[in-house]
Design a protein around this ligand. Sequence first.
Ligand code: FAD
Length: 577
Amino acid sequence: MTTVHRYDAVIVGAGGAGLRAALEVARVTPRVAVVSKLYPIRSHTGTAQGGIGAALGNMEEDHWEWHMFDTVKGSDYLADQDAVELMCQEAITCVYELEHWGLPFDRTPDGKIAQRRFGGHTRNFGEAPVRRACHAADRTGHMILQTLYQQCIKHEVTFFNEFHVLDLLLEDNVCRGVVALSLADGELHLFHAKAVLFATGGFGRMYKVTSNARSLTGDGVAIALRRGIPLEDMEFFQFHPTGIYKLGILISEAARGEGGVLRNRQGERFMERYAPTLLDLAPRDIISRCMYTEIREGRGIDGKDYLHLDLTHLGREVIEKKLPDITDFARTYLGIDPVREPIPVQPTAHYAMGGIPTDVRGRVILDEKNTPVLGFYAAGECACVSVHGANRLGTNSLVDILVFGKLAGRDMAEYIRGADFAPLPKDADGPAREECERLLTSNGSESVARLRETLQREMMDKASVFRTQEGLEAMLTTLKELKDRYRRVRLQDKGKIFNTDLQEALELGYLLDLAEVTVVSALARRESRGAHYREDFPKRNDAEWLKHTLAYRINGEFELRYKPVVITRFQPVERKY
Ligand SMILES: Cc1cc2nc3c(=O)[nH]c(=O)nc-3n(C[C@H](O)[C@H](O)[C@H](O)COP(=O)(O)OP(=O)(O)OC[C@H]3O[C@@H](n4cnc5c(N)ncnc54)[C@H](O)[C@@H]3O)c2cc1C
């Protein structure tokens, strides 16, 4: 039997965005619940390494306007500049809030928050790199998550941990709650709410080589799509230059911020040829493409598909003190000591720039006129405000989750004060129940693991750093086949208690949907911008494509619409670093 809960506000996801929003709502009502498929401090925010960007100017002159300029330029001019301006201004307050809540940032000798360099962050509108990333060694996300969780406990937020949300209750453009599966006993729970916020994180798991944990399967984004919400700019998926070879585990940009350099098989610091000013601290889209170019032209290490990240000149003390976690990763996973040897790296699928479209108040929007869906909010990596446009700068996701988590929570608090509980739809848990039943009782012969492996391999091959019409069309055909086979998956575990087979099958369904919308959006965009590089259309084309994609799925078919980019201070020009 389905258990029914009633909360003024339900927040799905206990990463940085969800927890920051919950804190804001908890100021006005004790009836706020956070529902999370993971135990909160296992959320992926906890893996963020290098830092959070804010123009504090603690170690050298800096201004939020410079941060804004870098973000807009880094986005290849696709970010909405009103949202970027707000984010770069608010970043400063958000970092000091964390400091006052007890986050143990690294310090300068005179006791201020220490800052380091990061890709694409510059002083004086592009002149030279600037120290803007506030950090706690290379465990910044871990510290943020712990700090926010402690504050939530202090403010008596209610947590439903290991509850997997399966459906969003939306009728007549009014959000009414969510349906979740309790992983411990396999029972469905209905959360009736005045307002719901999705903060369900990214979906790097649609690629084979990724920095993302197994849980990052884009559930909230896919559920929104299935409920008629368009998805914005899904063609833009970021590949981070330095994943550990074959494993994808991230070696933070902080390693290059501290002075690390990329080298090819000849030992050459090849970024000198591609980005003479910022070198190894150019934005990620550019470095990832340069790395693949080196590999394609035969300059990968031993002719293979990887390059070297060289930290050896930094010395043991800097490496072990400032980069302890990534040093451990290299020693543990590769048996390599970065103090003495370079680390083998290759680009790794890292961050979704696209997602559920929202305005700067975190309200989910339905169309190109920015019509809000009443009582439905989104924040963090699952959302698209859009502050990252076609390519996110390092450190700006932690800024995004804090700033827009806070603003969405604030608006949600305001909304629930004036709103009533809208009635639940008839048979509210029916679709979720049917989906679970179908998967549990299916007698097909397909295995979830095999389908997922094919999806990830093919997406890596055909829809990653370099794309062509031919490759994307082939990928669409593959996806149709995979979706057909997905209808015939057979689970080995048919039970109810911690059925991870069922959970993985549900997650594969989300990944397939998101891969499809990524490929459809990428196929339509006949230009190259930021992380979306079409070999058949290698130039950016502002005349036709300076616009956001909105992808709708209507009766199984995709419809693409477009909306203009908000440009305030910085007119698009060619990006040079
Ligand atoms: C290795 C790594 C290093 C990074 N380093 C940095 C950095 O230094 N600086 C920076 O700015 N960014 C960094 N990033 C990016 C940044 O960490 C993430 O984009 C950001 O933390 C995402 O936060 P979030 O709150 O949106 O989602 P997450 O922290 O991923 O949380 C998602 C939450 O949603 C829940 N959830 C998902 N699906 C469901 C469901 N169906 N039902 C219930 N709950 C659900 C999960 O349980 C989880 O609690 C890094 C990313 C990675 C992978």
